[in-house]
Design a protein around this ligand. Structure first.
Ligand code: AP5
Length: 213
């Protein structure tokens, strides 16, 4: 099963992807996490992606598509995946459809997590992330039990450089211009499930599971 989580920066894709992956016994494939890992390890891919990420721009399609398709070809993705942050434009969506089609597979559902702009800005401003397992926290709405430490794995928490207000503004602009057209694309394919992404994290998870059933 292949499920895409679609939504603006801060919509809760990462938060919900972790929970959904656990429920569905599928792997979470998050393009942003793959880039951040490459950046941390200072690989060629990381060096290429860095400048785009810091400016809140999309990393070029050639780099992104190859990276995600290679990840999806790994053995732990043989039963499918929860895609978080990919595809991010129509070109990426078509490349994904083509690659899955070559293996007689297809995207099953696209969960569009809808959140108002004011709420997105509030969430990103207070976000902390685990350096080790990438679990997201919010300093007001979902703080860790011990300040600075991940509840799940004890890893160190940090704030993303692209969560600065000016970069968030740019990321939102890029989302509305380049990613939002995917809503119509997947609606047209009869695969879109629109979910209200505001409220309690576990309520939203229940909404997603109910919609998928
Ligand atoms: P990426 O890492 O994908 O970032 P994003 O899409 O901007 O999304 P975020 O991770 O910021 O938000 P999220 O929706 O996952 O929300 P989260 O669950 O963390 O991409 C980063 C960069 O990499 C891009 O700008 C680009 O440069 C590059 N990139 C990545 N993919 C690419 C692609 N396909 N093509 C090209 N370039 C690409 O939640 C946010 C906060 O809110 C957290 O603090 C969380 O605790 C809190 N929260 C979550 N749910 C709730 C709730 N219900 N109530 C209150 N708070 C909540």
């Amino acid at each position: 099963m292949y499920i895409i989580l679609l939504g603006a920066p801060g919509a809760g894709k990462g938060t919900q992807a972790v929970m959904l992956a656990e429920k569905k016994k599928l792997v979470q494939v998050a393009s942003g996490d793959l880039f951040r890992k490459a950046l941390q390890q200072e690989t060629e891919l990381g060096k290429k992606a860095k400048a785009y990420m810091e400016k809140g721009q999309l990393v070029p399609d050639e780099i992104t598509i190859q990276m995600v398709l290679e990840r999806l070809a790994e053995p732990d993705c043989k039963n499918g995946a929860i895609l978080d942050g990919f595809p991010r434009n129509i070109k990426q969506a078509k490349a994904l459809d083509k690659a899955l089609g070559q293996k007689s597979r297809a995207i099953d559902k696209v969960v569009y997590i809808k959140v108002s702009e004011g709420e997105l800005i509030k969430r990103l401003g207070g976000r902390w992330i685990c350096r080790k397992c990438q679990a997201p926290y919010h300093e007001v709405d979902s703080p860790p039990k011990t300040a600075g430490k991940c509840d799940r794995c004890g890893g160190e928490l940090y704030q993303r450089t692209d969560d600065k207000p000016a970069t968030v503004k740019k990321r939102l602009k890029v989302y509305f211009e380049e990613t939002a057209p995917l809503i119509k694309y997947y609606q047209g394919a009869g695969k879109l499930l629109e979910i209200n992404g505001e409220g309690n994290v576990s309520d939203i998870s229940q909404r997603i599971l109910a919609a998928l059933h």
